[in-house]
Ligand binder design. Structure first.
Ligand code: SF4
Length: 224
């Protein structure tokens, strides 16, 4: 049972995000796409940015990519009520391409940190290469990093919110973005994940997400 005060606080946080005008992506949209899910979720999925359908509905991961992700979450036996879903950027990038200009990520990340500290998930899963790069702050590409569990201390920058905690410890894994899974094999690179066909990539995404319940059990059992 989710305490009413947490639901109220989540509603207030969503309203604050939807009112944000901290970068010029906002001028193209009616409002940013705020987070979805439980304010006491044990697992937080962080994608890259909303697409067209997400922007229209005002919810993250509701288009074709979202359906694949949500199906994998359900297949893993995870309760959708026990997860929280958000993005690195809350507004859709122009041309639907994640911006190479990091100023947009820098402008938006105080929302991400606020959500992490509000929900305090045991597990953080980045969905896609850009999410992994900006959340884990790692140069190791997603096709090499995906599926590996590690305990990580995330450095948080207080941004617009003074007195914010400066770090947060959680278990972390990166997985493939569903939109990448929908693409065919790419043999230009010597990389076994790139060479997988659509079904192979989707199976890998499902395998990563299927490892979450066991990881949760291990964490709660204090085995690690
Ligand atoms: S992308 Fe983030 S920082 Fe920029 S306007 Fe949207 S919510 Fe605000």
């Amino acid at each position: 049972m989710i305490p009413q005060n947490k639901l109220n606080e989540l509603k207030a946080l969503r309203c604050k995000i939807q009112a944000c005008r901290d970068c010029d992506l906002r001028q193209h949209y009616d409002k940013p796409v705020a987070c979805a899910g439980s304010p006491i979720a044990e697992v937080m999925f962080i994608g890259e940015a909303p697409g067209a359908e997400e922007t229209e509905q005002g919810k993250p991961f509701v288009g074709a990519s979202g359906q694949m992700l949500r199906a994998a979450i359900l297949d893993a036996g995870l309760d959708l009520e026990n997860v929280f879903i958000t993005n690195v950027l809350c507004c859709r990038p122009l041309g639907n391409t994640f911006p190479s200009d990091v100023s947009y990520v820098k402008a938006c990340r105080h929302w991400l940190y606020e959500q992490m500290l509000f929900v305090r998930p045991k597990i953080i899963v980045s969905v896609g290469g850009q999410a992994h790069k900006h959340i884990r702050e790692s140069d190791i590409g997603i096709t090499k990093a995906c599926g590996k569990w590690e305990e990580h201390v995330f450095s948080l920058y207080s941004g617009h919110k003074p007195n914010t905690e400066m770090s947060y410890r959680a278990w972390y894994m990166a997985t493939l973005h569903p939109s990448f899974c929908m693409r065919g094999p790419d043999t230009r690179y010597a990389n076994p994940v790139m060479e997988l066909d659509r079904q192979g990539k989707e199976n890998l995404l499902k395998k990563h997400i299927a490892s979450i319940p066991q990881q949760l059990q291990i964490i709660k059992g204090g085995q690690i």
